[in-house]
Design a protein around this ligand. Sequence first.
Ligand SMILES: [Zn+2]
Ligand SMILES: [Zn+2]
Length: 111
Amino acid sequence: MTYINKLPKKSRKDDTEKRKERKKFYNSKIWLDLRERKLKKSPICEICIVEGRVTAANQVHHEKGIMNYDVLDYEKATDYDSLVSICSQCHGKIHGKNNKDNNNNSNDNNK
Ligand SMILES: [Zn+2]
Ligand SMILES: [Zn+2]
């Protein structure tokens, strides 16, 4: 395995660039087609199913991600096998987006 702790510190500008790159991809015809194909084939959230729930999927997640460090990896992004049909709730969870608490200050001792 490779160590990746030598990445140079990036400014916020790069984040914006990355976001732009992703946005561009997610608006591309190739992605919209791929996404539609995936959702047609597996219209049920694949995460919920594992947990015994049946939820309509309305998003498609890239299991392997689409970024190769700072660059959008086109091959990964268009790899049908790495797509996962998913509902927005599960998707949010996977990406660590909790609607509410963004306060992850050090250790939370909530029990
Ligand atoms: Zn789900
Ligand atoms: Zn995702």
